[in-house]
Write a protein that binds this ligand. Structure first.
Ligand code: FES
Length: 149
């Protein structure tokens, strides 16, 4: 093996190792729940965002509600204890299901991106995502599916 082949092979191994580790990191960070679907919307516990560690508690920044009764999942972002967003994970370009990636939702079909409030940040989509109001009561979030914007 000459020097050029060695560098190419080393880079390929390094890149694939990085890709695999980031895949596991993103899988570990995303939590999927079904929520409780009622007549008017979904209810989930705020505790679903909690991550208990040995000596402290942190919160995940998002979770995904995947319920058989819904055509698409809903991504719920947590900004603080009282502020959340609920985004319909259907791309507004041609309807593909979006993928959550940190503070962004990305479309695998043609690359559109949306921020954690549903606003388009990269086309070809030019319409923001459907969002639902989130009401916080005691330890529960109510996502009102009757009032989309
Ligand atoms: S369907 Fe999402 S960018 Fe085209």
């Amino acid at each position: 093996m000459n020097r050029k082949d060695f560098i190419i092979n080393s880079c390929a191994v390094c890149l694939s190792t990085t890709a695999i580790s980031s895949l596991f990191t993103s899988c570990a960070a995303t939590k999927y729940i079904t929520g409780n679907l009622g007549k008017d919307g979904l209810t989930i516990s705020k505790d679903e965002f909690r991550i208990k560690q040995k000596r402290s508690t942190t919160h995940r920044s998002l979770l995904i509600i995947r319920n058989d009764a819904l055509q698409y999942p809903i991504c719920v972002y947590r900004f603080n204890d009282q502020e959340y967003s609920a985004l319909w994970m259907q791309c507004t370009h041609q309807g593909s299901e979006l993928q959550a990636s940190g503070d962004f939702l990305q479309c695998p079909a043609h690359g559109s991106e949306f921020n954690n409030k549903g606003k388009v940040t990269n086309g070809p989509a030019d319409i923001n995502l459907k969002t639902f109001p989130v009401t916080v009561t005691n330890n529960e979030l109510f996502i009102d599916l009757r009032k989309q914007s």
